[in-house]
Write a protein that binds this ligand. Structure first.
Ligand code: SF4
Ligand code: SF4
Length: 337
């Protein structure tokens, strides 16, 4: 693991960040062990969000007694001032702290949402107010549309940016990371395993680790997972391995799905997961996570071809900003059963 100066914050941040999103799914004692093990072994960035069930409370319960040991990042999904203000206050109470180091405007994926958050009376105003009051040190933004994020950060209102970067979604490399680096923003990559579809873990973690980002957040729920993630960042990525990883990302990223979730499906087919899992299936065969996923969604996936409203123009494709061929990917996935 390496440490770098985290944008303009001056903080020496660890290259591996603890993603606390899934902690509510495990027993509290397990969460406590995992969090403390991570801090004891050099991880000093903790990522959560108001929306992650009781993740913030778990952090408050398990590690607030050693608050000086970590840079604490949370998020508000609210878009208006009053809800965001209430959410920030609640986050502080839940995490038993008087300030968070970073507050991100969470999951901003289209222009309407962005405008709502940034206008007078929007969430950004609540974030600025909390910053003036010393409750928030830095303000960032997270989203799944690198092409929009790059325009938004250029306006100079954010100190940090949180984006997807993994072997199946290398899109932030095109413009977003170079622009953020030029502006000396804190650059944080998320979803290195893309929800667990990308394996093996060490290659998945080493890909964003090899790029120009300060922190890669990996979702962890046990000491064993922390150990696996730490091991994956134990040594530097050399030029040859970097080339190999970039070649793999080129192949796996061909589907171009950004996970922006514009493409809601009336049958509730999880289209972005199908897009990504299918690519992995083609390349590596059916890994355990993919196998379970395809079994769970079999009925929905196999119904796609017969869904009458989609026969002339697939409803999902009409909504995709990247004009991706989702119906044919879903139907190809159906042919595997
Ligand atoms: S398929 Fe298109 S609309 Fe759906 S999540 Fe991916 S990029 Fe977004
Ligand atoms: S084409 Fe298939 S995946 Fe797309 S919206 Fe219709 S049923 Fe859903």
């Amino acid at each position: 693991m390496k440490y770098s100066t985290f944008g303009k914050s001056g903080y020496k941040v660890s290259s591996l960040g603890f993603g606390a999103m899934n902690l509510p799914s495990v027993p509290l004692e397990q969460a406590r062990e995992a969090l403390n093990y991570a801090l004891d072994h050099g991880i000093n960035y903790i990522d959560t969000a108001a929306a992650y069930r009781n993740s913030e409370e778990i952090i408050g319960e398990c590690i607030s007694h050693r608050r000086q040991d970590y840079f604490l990042a949370t998020k508000t999904g609210a878009r208006d001032y009053a809800t965001a203000k209430a959410e920030i206050e609640r986050s502080l109470v839940r995490m038993k702290t008087d300030h968070v180091d970073l507050l991100q405007i969470h999951y901003v994926n289209n222009v309407t949402e962005y405008k709502k958050a940034m206008e007078v009376g929007g969430a950004y105003e609540a974030a600025l107010e909390a910053q003036r009051e010393g409750k928030v040190r830095f303000i960032g933004i997270s989203g799944h549309r690198p092409d929009l994020l790059v325009k938004w950060i250029a306006k100079g209102q954010f100190s940090q940016i949180l984006f997807h970067l993994n072997l199946a979604q290398p899109f932030a490399l095109d413009e977003l990371i170079p622009k953020a680096a030029e502006m000396d923003l804190m650059r944080v990559a998320m979803k290195p395993l893309s929800g667990g579809f990308i394996q093996p873990v060490d290659r998945a973690i080493r890909y964003p680790y090899s790029q120009d980002v300060h922190v890669t957040i990996s979702g962890m729920v046990s000491v064993k997972e922390v150990q696996e993630n730490l091991e994956a960042q134990r040594k530097e990525v050399g030029p040859e391995e970097r080339r190999e990883l970039e070649q793999l990302a080129l192949e796996l990223g061909e589907h171009d799905c950004r996970r922006c979730n514009y493409c809601s499906c009336p049958l509730e087919i999880p289209i972005p997961d199908v897009m990504i899992a299918s690519k992995f299936r083609e390349k590596f065969g059916l890994l355990p996570k993919g196998d379970g996923f395809f079994k769970r969604h079999q009925e929905k996936i196999t119904s796609c071809a017969d869904h009458d409203p989609c026969k002339v123009v697939p409803l999902c494709e009409a909504k995709c900003p990247y004009q991706l061929p989702m119906s044919s990917v879903v139907q190809k996935a159906a042919s595997f059963y």
